[in-house]
Design a protein around this ligand. Structure first.
Ligand SMILES: *[C@@H]1O[C@H](CO)[C@@H](O)[C@H](O)[C@H]1NC(C)=O
Length: 392
């Protein structure tokens, strides 16, 4: 739809076209971004806003049927880098800026919002400046260091009156390296980092280099060996670090990265990898009472059983009628392998109620929980009074 496209990219259009455009953008993105974060726009943005806001109401009737087509045609967001002597360069996926230099990025949009490496967001030491101009947002970072290496993202904002929201789908990213002649790794505040290796989840060792030219290898501390990186089981991405795609118990241990460039060879923070046997899903408990109808004075036991993956811990909790009057809880828990050579185990909790009383009548609820979630099952138990001796 050329109409919408030109709306975002060039401003020289008939007023009526603009009005329709404003509406299409609004309707298209309001729905999509309804749950996304709202932000207050800058002063400039608000002035611009009030114009668009009025326009929207007038254009409402004409534009309505075009809502569906709107998201397909969008103005392209672009980040450009401002080089010295006023030259501009459209950035690709990554750029390198010598440390100490100034990083200056511009992103077309009115307004836009930036996201920067988290450490820059956290301690504001006055080196980062973000300014919104008429047609673009400008980000300037001075006195740069290797620690500034990371992802810089520009989000075009959609505004309606004083509410603005990020248009996530139109975000553009550039990964900026600041090659530091002294520091091959982006410094970390921690001496070591504990990382969980989950069975069903890729694990990232975030050793981030400051230069895309650095050669990075992965090492185990004990025994001291280089870990093979085949690109399938373990892969390396210069913007991210190492990824262990399908963690196995033998990946656990202390690992670190080594980067070399020229004469420089440095080690990263240490990563303590801990293997966690992660279940595929929440447990599926089965509850069984020794009897659904118990005579006063007899004993009752209710069992709750889960058959699941080996070495996956199950936590059981109980709710029972006697709780209300403070009847103590007696449970017996056990784990046993499931026969047949399968990698399964049976976990069981048995709730024991001695000398049943009337107050023990009601629902017995067992909740079984593992790292993926919890599930409850219940069983109703009826208490009957002692049978009277039959008359002769
Ligand atoms: C950048 O470095 C220069 C020279 O060391 C210093 O004078 C200036 O204050 C620094 N600027 C900021 C914003 O930190």
């Amino acid at each position: 739809m050329p109409l919408v496209y030109s709306c975002g990219s060039k401003g020289r259009l008939l007023l009526s076209t603009l009005l329709i455009c404003a509406l299409i953008f609004e309707l298209g993105y309001c729905q999509k971004d309804a749950q996304e974060q709202r932000t207050t726009p800058g002063r400039k943005a608000m002035q611009r806003k009030s114009k668009l806001g009025k326009a929207t109401n007038k254009g409402a009737v004409t534009a309505k049927p075009k809502i569906k087509a709107a998201p397909a045609a969008q103005a392209q967001t672009v980040i450009t880098q401002v080089l010295d002597r006023g030259r501009f360069q459209k950035v690709g996926e990554t750029i390198s800026v010598p440390t100490g230099d100034t990083l200056e990025l511009r992103c077309r949009g009115k307004p836009v919002q930036w996201s920067v490496p988290s450490y820059l967001e956290e301690d504001d030491d006055g080196r980062l400046r973000i300014v919104q101009h008429e047609r673009y947002g400008a980000l300037t970072l001075v006195n740069t260091t290797g620690a500034d290496t990371g992802q810089y993202t520009c989000y075009p904002m959609y505004c309606e009156d004083t509410d603005c929201r990020k248009e996530y789908g139109k975000a553009v990213k550039v990964f900026v390296f600041f090659p530091d002649p002294q520091e091959l790794f982006v410094p970390s505040s921690d001496y070591y980092e504990v990382i969980q290796l989950r069975t069903n989840w890729p694990t990232v060792l975030p050793c981030q280099v400051t230069s895309p030219q650095a050669k990075v290898t992965l090492h185990r501390e004990f025994p001291p060996v280089e870990v093979a990186v085949d690109g399938t089981e373990i892969s390396f991405d210069v913007k991210k670090g190492f990824t262990i795609h399908r963690p196995r118990p033998y990946h656990a241990g202390a690992l670190f990265c080594v980067a070399s460039l020229g004469n420089l060879r440095q080690s990263s923070t240490k990563y303590m990898l801990i293997y966690v046997n992660y279940p595929m899903g929440p447990p599926a408990p089965v509850i069984l009472a020794s009897s659904s109808s118990v005579v006063v004075g007899e004993n009752l036991h209710v069992s709750c059983t889960v058959v699941g993956e080996q070495d996956v811990a199950i936590e059981f909790t109980w709710e029972y009628p006697g709780q209300k009057i403070g009847r103590p809880l007696h449970t017996q828990e056990s784990i046993s392998p499931v026969s047949g050579g399968t990698a399964l185990q049976q976990s069981q909790s048995v709730l024991l109620v001695d000398e049943v009383r009337a107050v023990d009548e009601g629902a017995y609820v067992c909740t079984a929980q593992n790292l993926q979630g919890a599930k409850s099952v219940s069983s109703a138990v009826k208490v009957v009074s002692k049978a009277k001796p039959k008359k002769p």
